[in-house]
Design a protein around this ligand. Structure first.
Ligand SMILES: Cc1ncc(COP(=O)(O)O)c(C=O)c1O
Length: 380
């Protein structure tokens, strides 16, 4: 018997975990004010870049004495810049629970060859921060984009730590509360929760991170695009919008538009509420269907952006083949694009629930998920 397809479809089928859905109001005309063909060092360019920095501070509640820079290479560029500039002054602890965190471990251990303790947890779990020595420099990912497991809060990070905390918060910023007093370096890209463009990264430095930059010179050479100091002093201009190299003013304009939209939905609080509401739709579905589970079993550490689920039906013999077939079927129907689990993650689906996604679209997707599951079971 053919399985009846649901009557309604998500208005926007974009549930990719990066680049993520653009703001619901997006149109290219919104970018008309971009100063294209002008120097980014002209007053208009500098002013846009400065506004991008200060609006980021305003929405995220970043303290006035923290430095915010727009840097090359998206989130990866910002994380690498931090690790190459700051690590090596003391022992490091590398904390990872999915593939992006593991990537930072590899870079520190194999490329920088730093004396580091490595702490890992399986997909769906996180490392207990009570067991991390925060007198070492600690590198971790706030939200594991490929596992859907996140740090619940910063409570276990001591205020009086001697080491620096370096946090990749790219799939967390704008959808989760980040405790700035517990984070010395925070990085993210515009392409995630804001649905912006990639290319540029944001790096946020605490006063302690700045102090390290000004008092420590790594033993290795630093390429120009990583250099944040000159003659032992922070290059202050970078943190006012005088970027190290040429940014895309089109991407900057797009970021400014996304920031305005974020303000229009209630700023950080509103953005978090939107992601929470999206995730709640999937929770309700998982609760009422016995063939699907979250990869992160514990709700306290479950992501509200990159929501990862797995199929648990005992009739399924090859989980990876089954999950791929479900994702392909949904994509072919045009109801969900790019929701297959990340290539290194356990088999399943990853449905982006970040703030630019409309709750009505997640609601409309759920019957389709049921439909695709039943169709694939019938095809077994
Ligand atoms: C946790 C995490 N870190 C780093 C990256 C890399 O980001 P980008 O490609 O913007 O540099 C991603 C991308 O998905 C990510 O999720």
């Amino acid at each position: 018997m053919a399985i009846q397809a649901p009557a309604t479809r998500p208005a926007n089928p974009r549930f990719s975990s990066g680049p993520c859905a653009k703001i619901p109001t997006f149109s290219l005309e919104l970018l008309a004010d971009a100063p294209l063909g002008r120097s980014h060092r002209a007053a208009v360019g500098k002013s846009k870049l400065h506004t991008a920095i200060e609006t980021t501070r305003e929405i995220l509640g970043i303290p006035a004495d923290y430095k915010i820079g727009i840097v090359p290479g998206s989130d990866t560029g910002a994380v690498e810049m931090a690790m190459w500039s700051l690590l090596g002054a003391r022992k490091a602890t590398m904390v990872a629970w999915e593939s992006f965190g593991s990537g930072w471990v590899t870079d520190v251990v194999k490329q920088l060859k730093i004396d580091a303790e490595v702490k890992t947890a399986d997909y769906g779990q996180i490392v207990d921060f009570a067991e991390v020595d925060f007198d070492t420099d600690v590198v971790f990912t706030w939200n594991g984009t490929t596992s859907g497991a996140r740090v619940p809060n910063g409570d276990k990070i001591p205020a009086d730590r001697d080491g620096l905390t370096i946090c990749d918060a790219t799939s967390a910023a704008f959808a989760m509360d980040l405790p700035w007093d517990k984070l010395d370096v925070t990085t993210f890209s515009w392409q995630k929760v804001l649905g912006g463009e990639a290319a540029h990264g944001i790096i946020v430095l605490s006063p302690r991170a700045v102090e390290r930059l000004e008092s420590y010179t790594p033993a290795w050479p630093l390429p120009k695009i990583f250099r944040m100091t000159k003659g032992g002093k922070l290059i202050d201009g970078i943190f006012k919008g005088e970027t190290i190299n040429t940014p895309s003013m089109l991407a900057v304009e797009d970021y400014l538009v996304a920031l305005d939209w974020a303000k229009s939905v209630g700023g950080l609080k509103g953005m978090i509420a939107r992601a929470d509401a999206n995730t709640a739709v999937i929770s309700a579905f998982v609760d009422t269907h016995n063939w699907i589970e979250f990869l992160a079993a514990d709700p306290a550490i479950r992501s509200n952006t990159s929501v990862c689920v797995k199929f648990t039906d005992t009739r399924i013999t090859d989980g990876a083949v089954f999950a791929k077939a479900v994702a392909k079927r949904l994509e072919a129907e045009g109801v969900a694009l790019d929701i297959g689990a990340y290539r290194d993650a356990p088999a399943g689906l990853r449905i982006w629930c970040g703030s630019t996604v409309e709750t009505s679209d997640v609601e409309a997707l759920m019957p389709w998920l049921n439909w695709a599951f039943e169709a694939e079971i019938a095809a077994l």
